[in-house]
Write a protein of this length. Sequence first.
Length: 175
Amino acid sequence: MDHVLKSGAGWAALLIVLAGGCTSSAPGPAQASPTNLHMVAGGCAGTVVTDSEPPVWSQTGFRHTKGTPWPVPWALGKPGDAVAFLFTKQLVAGSPLVGGPNKVRWSVQDKAADFVVEGRPFGQSQPVLIVQGGPSDETVPTPGCWTFRVLWGVHRDPGSTINLEVLPAGSLPAT
């Protein structure tokens, strides 16, 4: 896959996926260049999980040495104003016993203190999982592709969407 990303067409396609619906007034998806972009397992339905450097606004609280992979994989929400940091590399259905809980740190660009995350199986309308924003341990009941909507503000709309693959119970996340 790396050889595809080094080509202009591959890099352009990945930037479109990462940027989602960003406009020119919104910040770019990440501070990554074609030589250090590295996709990792965990995304689905158009969401890319990576260990490249995330947007500057989301980096608070992390230690990072320039030129090395980001300490935890992350995914940028569409349209580019929320990030999910995956401390367990990939989510696992149920209450994962191996590797600890499904710890995710949700971050929003405008530093909203009051936000929620709704999770549901991809393509389904009813929320199954609702958590307060910030760091959380997600107990996702079933495997498959899940859509997480990060919602804040008075009307909690339109929000930001992040799709993450949830492994079957008992699975080990990719290393």
